[in-house]
Design a protein around this ligand. Structure first.
Ligand code: MG
Length: 255
């Protein structure tokens, strides 16, 4: 069941979203070769807590894992798709690192992710980052009342395919509000002009995951980290987007 948000609720959600956006911006400025993902996690947690927010992922029990997620961020490197556990791993020059941040503020959640180049990257990493960012932005352009959910999904798949990438099918975007995961699921593939009609008050976390090779993924023994089966690169971006009568508002971006 979709929970529609009022304009006032969307204003509160903008604050949660901007907290996530600010954390991502802060981490972007810190990421460099030689630091650990644990260090980034600590900074993210301190920042969320100091703004009276609550890390959304910490302690989360997923649909696969029975182990509570230990981090404030997910840090997924290279062939890791999503849900990488922050730890002692040191970021190396040329790595692609995806940072996913969720925060709860004043009763509502914000959820966003960015993929960054560590140091300087080769053409392969640059290309998949640009394609995934383009897929997210093209999908957000479809967030208009009167369109259908399938228009978002189809756009992501089309931009991915147009750049020679596959999309992950086992993990998807989602509705978001007073719960981190609400209906509807936002697939990264599928036919256009089908599915749920988009109306004002719908808030979605849209999260394209593009793979350099096949779309197949698997979960590592830590029960969280999702990797590509062929261990080729994967890239992930995410924004929380509200559909209003005057177009969409990207809640997790700063303006
Ligand atoms: Mg999400």
């Amino acid at each position: 069941m979709i929970i529609y948000k009022s304009e006032d609720e969307i204003k509160i959600m903008k604050r949660a979203g901007e907290l996530v956006g600010n954390v991502l911006l802060k981490l972007e400025n810190i990421i460099k070769p030689g630091i650990t993902t644990e260090f980034l996690d600590k900074i993210a947690e301190e920042m969320i807590v100091s703004h009276n927010g609550k890390p959304a992922f910490k302690g989360y029990l997923g649909r696969i894992s029975k182990v509570a997620f230990p981090g404030t961020i997910c840090a997924s490197i290279n062939e890791e798709v999503v849900h990488g556990i922050p730890g002692k791993r040191i970021l190396k020059d040329g790595d692609l690192v995806s940072i996913d941040v969720g925060a709860r503020l004043d009763g509502f959640f914000g959820d966003g992710a960015r993929s960054f180049i560590v140091g300087s990257a080769g053409r392969k990493v640059q290309k998949i980052i640009k394609a995934t960012w383009d897929a997210l932005n093209a999908a957000i352009d479809k967030c208009i009342a009167g369109n259908r959910l399938g228009d978002i999904s189809h756009t992501i798949e089309s931009v991915a395919a147009g750049n020679g990438y596959s999309v992950v099918v086992d993990f998807v975007g989602h509705g978001i509000g007073r719960n981190m995961h609400e209906d509807p699921q936002v697939l990264n593939y599928g036919p256009a002009h089908q599915g749920q009609l988009l109306k004002k008050g719908i808030v979605l976390a849209i999260e394209p995951m593009l793979n350099e090779g096949e779309s197949d993924v698997e979960v590592l023994k830590d029960t969280w980290t999702v990797v590509t089966k062929d261990r080729k690169l994967s890239c992930h971006f995410e924004d929380t987007v509200a559909i209003t009568s005057e177009g969409s508002i990207i809640l997790t971006r700063l303006n």
